[in-house]
Design a binder for this molecule. Structure first.
Ligand code: ADP
Ligand code: MG
Length: 318
């Protein structure tokens, strides 16, 4: 099978000795949304900077669109686009001028460019802003224009480094909608980094969890769930106070491995969810605990992430 990006044993060591990427390997499929999920300092930006040809790797191999990235960086640059964290539109130019400027930069045939720009303005609902100066746009609209500009060259792969960092919930959802549209309408492969679990969860076809320059797990969310053999039960309570109160009590039961609180529910990790279901149920009734519901649940991305990155050991104390 041919992958859009294939990274093999990549190492990046900076001059100061920091090894930001440490034997990293991963594979990205064509036309998918691929999320690189990791805490701050994991090495996400280092990897994006290498993939977009800004930095050179220390060692390892990268094949992108069938070519060796280190041997053909100039060609690769014509095939990809990268959305920077800071919006890159020129506020002295109009929306249309910004788009045209970008098309000339990428040497897109003027007739083709005209049609493409109109279709992008349409797709991303920007036509209502054409007559206003770009400097007057809200942050969200600037961001939309920025991404539309990056699509003028019809890149095969669109890279985004933490595209929604610092955004409010509405802008973040609008951004997700836009990225899904790019995948579905233009078939673009999207490679993004994030430290938001919800973002990776909502958006991605494939998630790669990384920490300390190494990949910990890669796959669709359904596959990642297999990484925790831990089964889980959810016990719902009628109030936040009750949830907190019973979390510690539940934690002290011998066969419960850990507890975690979310949304008026205590999530407990057990070895075998079926036997535990019966035992916990009986225990709750024996101890006159008033609970609303008890059920067997699949681990969430958060559970997988915490288990893999090792931040989950003290979940009972959170
Ligand atoms: N230009 C650089 N020179 C030296 N060290 C760097 C440089 N860029 C990043 N680092 C270090 O590499 C590690 C990974 O950083 P980075 O790739 O920015 O992670 P992330 O984007 O996941 O937060 C960190 O320890 C960071 O301090
Ligand atoms: Mg970063």
């Amino acid at each position: 099978m041919n992958y859009e990006i294939e990274i093999d044993k990549l190492v990046k060591q900076y001059k100061n000795g920091v090894r930001a990427l440490d034997d990293l390997s991963m594979k990205v499929n064509s036309g998918e949304i691929f999320s690189l999920l990791g805490p701050n300092g994991a090495g996400k930006s280092s990897l994006i900077n290498i993939l977009t040809t800004f930095y050179k790797p220390t060692s390892g191999n990268i094949t992108m669109l069938g070519k060796d990235l280190c041997k053909e960086p100039a060609w690769i640059r014509t095939q990809i686009a990268c959305v920077a964290q800071r919006v890159s539109i020129d506020e002295h130019l109009s929306l249309m001028e910004n788009m045209l400027f970008q098309s000339r930069l990428y040497k897109v045939d003027p007739q083709v460019a005209k049609e493409r720009i109109n279709s992008l303005i349409d797709s991303f609902e920007l036509s209502g802003y054409l007559k206003y100066p770009t400097a007057s746009y809200s942050g969200g609209v600037k961001r939309r224009l920025d991404i539309a500009m990056n699509m003028v060259s019809m890149p095969k792969i669109l890279f985004l480094d933490e595209p929604t960092v610092g955004m409010d919930v509405d802008s973040r959802r609008a951004m997700w909608k836009m990225l899904l549209k790019i995948r579905d309408e233009y078939g673009t492969t999207i490679f993004l980094t994030t430290h938001y679990l919800e973002e990776a969860d909502q958006l991605s076809d494939t998630i790669c969890i990384m920490k300390n320059g190494k990949e910990l797990a890669q796959g669709a969310l359904s596959n990642l769930r297999g990484y925790i053999r831990q089964n889980m039960l959810r016990i719902a309570f009628s109030s936040a106070e009750k949830t907190i109160k019973y979390k510690d009590t539940l934690n002290s039961i011998g066969f419960i491995k850990f507890t975690n609180v979310r949304d008026n529910s205590v999530f407990v990790g057990v070895d075998d969810s079926r036997t535990a279901f019966t035992s916990v149920n009986k225990w709750l009734l024996d101890h006159d605990v008033e609970f609303d519901a008890i059920e067997i649940v699949e681990p969430s991305l958060e559970d997988v992430f915490l288990a893999l990155t090792g931040s989950g050991k003290n979940r009972g104390e959170e």
